[in-house]
Design a protein around this ligand. Structure first.
Ligand SMILES: Cc1ncc(COP(=O)(O)O)c(C=O)c1O
Length: 384
């Protein structure tokens, strides 16, 4: 099997697995306990906090551990929203991950005003457009950093600058970026930033929200008061130990290998463009280093990106499409629709996501098999 779906998740690094096992065996105490078992576990967590803080250029106190990217986004959004007795205004983009757009939809049902900024054909938000939509009651702006489906990077520092100038909090979902590109939170100027360990060779089920000093949030989960009272619940000590290892490896191994990964990405792009009927999606100048996405021009309602994913999977190639399946029918991708693709093409997205573990021969094999799959489908489609 050739795995080219590293945006969905990454295999835990062997050092991560070893450390998780070691901590589960030897430091399984409850970090809130004051005896030695608890203290040993608490130390593990503080080491993890230090590593994540170092990776992002913040202080350890600014790192709040969560169960992953989804929960970090919820803590950012509801943590701000719950400070207000009356519904206020939040601004977001049209290309968010559902882990941001769905909680905002839930707030809209409670009377909050949500402005969704349009994007250009590459999926980018315009900072001037953001500025023109700020209102006196805007309490949060949340914009994804690296778009998971089309790979586009947003001008986060510029967007954050606009918000800071107007005294509005700015959150970014950086789940696809952390561990893949250097991220320095103070330089970016964001107030809140979400990350997830399993996107950079750490364990699934843990992540963090960076909350800059001085920013007040309401808790998302109430209870024992862990994580500065913002996220009650016994933390997953072993998973966080794995996150520590992943964060350290990001600094020493993953980030230094990004030039190799970008080189592979550009090679894959060139090879895909040799095939008929594929159109690149997203920005090529402002792009995640491991990400290539296309739409398949010949697709239709029944032959979609998901069809390609299934056929490729049968031939041993693991990739993904951006569109979801509901009631047996492929839905158009909201991200591609927002970028101006019509409904037919918005069902026909295909994503390849790479890693330092990917080899050029894996890419060659994937492209050759895709070429065969497309050829196999062409007679069916030309009989329409
Ligand atoms: C951009 C983005 N945000 C949030 C998430 C959710 O993260 P998690 O799986 O850790 O909840 C993902 C995962 O696919 C993602 O790509």
């Amino acid at each position: 099997m050739v795995y080219l779906d590293y945006s969905a998740t990454t295999p835990p690094h062997p050092q991560v697995i070893a450390r998780v096992q070691e901590v589960m065996t030897h430091a399984w105490g409850n970090p809130s306990s004051i005896h030695r078992y608890g203290q040993r576990a608490a130390l593990v967590i503080e080491r993890a906090r230090l590593a994540v803080a170092e990776l992002l250029g913040v202080t350890p106190e600014e790192v709040i551990f969560t169960s992953g990217g989804t929960e970090a986004n919820h803590l950012a959004i509801f943590g701000v929203a719950q400070q207000y007795d009356q519904p206020q205004h939040i601004i977001t983009s049209a290309v968010e991950h559902p882990a941001v757009s769905a909680p905002l939809t839930a707030l809209a049902r409670r009377g909050w005003q949500i402005t969704t900024l349009p994007v250009d054909s590459t999926g980018r938000v315009d900072p001037q457009m953001l500025e023109s939509h700020l209102q006196p009651n805007t309490v949060l702006v949340t914009v994804i950093y690296g778009q998971s489906e089309v790979g586009t990077l947003q001008p986060i520092a510029d967007l954050a600058r606009v918000c800071r100038a107007h005294g509005v909090l700015f959150h970014t979902d950086a789940v696809q970026v952390v561990g893949r590109l250097p991220v320095n939170v103070p330089e970016l100027g964001v107030d809140l930033l979400s990350l997830s360990a399993h996107k950079f060779y750490g364990p699934q089920g843990c992540g963090a929200l960076v909350v800059r000093r001085g920013i007040d949030l309401q808790p998302w989960l109430y209870g024992g008061g862990q994580e500065r009272g913002l996220r009650s619940g016994t933390p997953p000590v072993a998973l966080l130990a794995g996150l520590e290892v992943a964060a350290r490896l990001a600094m020493t191994e993953f980030l230094p290998q990004q030039p190799y990964v970008s080189h592979l990405r550009d090679y894959l792009r060139r090879r895909l463009l040799e095939l008929p009927g594929l159109q690149l999606t997203g920005s090529w100048e402002q792009r995640l280093p491991h990400h290539v996405s296309v739409v398949w021009e010949q697709g239709d309602e029944t032959h979609t990106g998901q069809t390609l994913v299934h056929l490729l999977s049968q031939r041993g190639i693991a990739v993904s499409s951006g569109s979801a399946c509901a009631s047996g029918k492929t839905q158009p991708s909201p991200v591609l629709l927002a970028m101006g693709y019509d409904e037919r093409l918005a069902r026909c997205g295909l994503r390849f996501s790479l890693s330092h573990l990917t080899t050029p021969s894996e890419i060659d094999l994937a492209v050759d098999i895709l070429a065969e799959v497309l050829q196999q489908l062409t007679p069916t489609l030309s009989c329409r």
